[in-house]
Design a protein around this ligand. Structure first.
Ligand code: ADP
Length: 311
């Protein structure tokens, strides 16, 4: 019989879309994330044996971690099974990649236990099967930064092609998560079906210049690129006090502020930790005295992504 092996991992939260990069851009967080433990078991198949933090399904076909792990073992056909423990810190439905952290975590951990037979793109492909359970469609805009780290651009879904972009050293994110629920269906329904040529030109010039700014560490260009002419004007209506937050954070010297994923979290990018912390205070001030609970986070953009930890 095989002896049991186990691995502890940190699976990070992520911000997708990043203003102009709807469905393609994302970046990885350092101070926000889940922990998972995955161990081999002589009993074949996948079992989720522990979930702490939030109430999520133990059934492997309903939990994104189970679905992505199953996709991997359907391909690998290992002669062992796997037990998964999930220690959830990222609230499901927050817009900072809660489901992606779990979907990426299980496949990353199994790959480690099996001697790394798959590369990061292949792991993302398996994890997309899990993400599809949460959002009814396969996408990689949170999975790519979770698995590759740093800033990522999903060049194409079929065939899957992910570009890892450089991260300027002093780039920090501040997040505010108002504890309200935005239904994914609602966030989708509110999107325009058509965009004008003028909006298109603005958007692709911003995506291009944002990528250039990351390569050249040009914070001023980054600031001029973090705009969204297409999605934000619609989705921001679902997030209370969005415009106030945006104004207050930009007044603090932030490079840009936008919706994280499909919301309700709002992200800001800043140069340097002190600006990121001032932004946090400005965000809190807007929400204090309003009857909405919220959490805030400050995090360096995490260049490494998902990783093995000691315990
Ligand atoms: P987020 O951007 O925070 O991931 P989503 O709406 O994309 O938010 O995903 C959350 C949905 O996925 C919830 O309906 C949740 O029940 C479901 N889900 C299933 N398994 C998990 C998991 N292991 N972690 C987080 N969410 C999960």
């Amino acid at each position: 019989m095989n002896s049991t092996k186990e691995v502890y991992i940190f699976s990070p939260g992520t911000v997708s879309n990043v203003s102009c990069g709807f469905d393609v851009l994302g970046f990885c967080l350092e101070t926000v994330g889940d922990k998972m433990v995955v161990r081999t078991s002589p009993q074949k198949g996948i079992r989720i044996t522990k979930i702490e933090g939030f109430d999520l399904p133990f059934e492997t076909d309903k939990n994104v971690a189970g679905v992505s792990a199953q996709a991997l073992i359907d391909d690998l056909k290992p002669d062992v099974g796997f037990e998964i423990e999930i220690y959830k810190h990222i609230k499901p439905g927050s817009g900072i990649g809660s489901s992606a952290a779990s979907a990426a975590g299980s496949v990353f951990a199994i790959n480690e236990l099996m001697g790394k037979p798959y590369d990061k793109t292949q792991l993302t492909q398996f994890a997309m099967k899990g993400e599809a359970v949460a959002s009814q469609s396969e996408h990689a805009d949170n999975l790519a930064p979770a698995i590759f780290g740093g800033f990522t651009l999903v060049k194409s879904l079929s065939p899957l092609e992910i570009l890892k972009l450089p991260v300027p050293d002093e780039l920090y994110a501040t997040i505010i998560h108002p504890q309200i629920e935005i239904k994914t269906a609602e966030a989708r329904a509110i999107l325009p079906k058509m965009v004008s040529m003028q909006q298109g030109i603005l958007q692709w010039s911003n995506v291009g210049s944002l990528v250039h700014a990351l390569h050249t560490e040009d914070y001023e260009l980054l600031k001029r690129s973090l705009h969204d002419a297409i999605v934000e004007p619609h989705r921001s209506q679902l997030i209370p006090h969005f415009n106030e937050i945006k104004k207050a954070t930009l007044e603090c010297g932030a490079l840009g502020t936008g919706i994280s994923g499909s919301g309700p979290s709002i992200f800001t990018l800043s140069k340097g930790e002190s600006t990121a912390k001032a932004v946090e205070q400005a965000m809190r001030k807007v929400y204090e005295n309003k009857s909405i609970d919220f959490e805030t986070y400050v995090s360096k953009v995490n260049p490494e992504g998902i990783k093995v930890i000691n315990s």
